[in-house]
Design a protein. Sequence first.
Length: 312
Amino acid sequence: MEVIENIKEQVVDSKLLKVNPLESEAIYIFREVAAQFEKPVLLFSGGKDSITLVRLAQKAFYPGKIPFPLLHIDTGHNFPETIEFRDRLVQELGVELIVRNVQDSIDQGKVIEEKGRYASRNSLQTTTLLDALEEFKFDAAIGGARRDEEKARAKERIFSVRDDFGQWDEKNQRPELFDHLNGKIDLGQNVRVFPISNWTELDVWSYIEKEDIEIPSIYFAHKRKTFVRDGMIWSAEDDVVFRDDDEVVEERLVRFRTVGDMSCTAAVLSDAITIEKVVAEIRESTISERGARIDDKRSEAAMEKRKQQGYF
């Protein structure tokens, strides 16, 4: 994997090419974070959005290194392909990776693991994340959320203030007039920062294609043992996803549009084995990528409630 080898050439070449306003905005946001906050961190899941953030951060601070660590909240139910990619990436970048585990929160009795056919650790990440922010005294957490993903995220500002309990008040947000980003916070507060908030899923994939960014193999079509439940395709190559005795396992050609916790992330039928084919597939899709996330279907306001409690 050669992630940073051609950064210099890309930065130089970008001056000769048409400016990408989304990239320019994201780089501006990264630099504002570095200027306004004392101890920021980049939330890294190993998914396409956080990988895109890493590339943008490289460009924002070139020729220096990314000036803050990466933080991964590990549910223990991540796709192995994602964890393998994460470890290779941070080794090549030479950046600090902090990992905090949901299993520790379970063992400490801070959260209770769900049971049953729809059990997931996804929502349990909130407690582990808030503990990590407090442990390291991070005052800004940079994430890859986008407004097109889900209606609750569409409400959120680029600099989104959380109170000293990590909670988000959707009715009391700061205006962001003329792209002015206000990083002033009170003692105990922190800010979630979303540099690609104005991007779409297609924007992200098009950027990955243009920048020739490596991503985990799970995003491409591959044969996988799966089963179908509620019209959704679930991985059967592990002991994480609950499966009833009558749910038949079959090998299918699938890929994943999003790579969250395995227990709540379904696959889609696909033959897209290249970035070009993925981009073409997304361009024709009429279903949001979050349509494959069962945790968003628990209620009409599932995401908003999780965000109010401190979720990403």
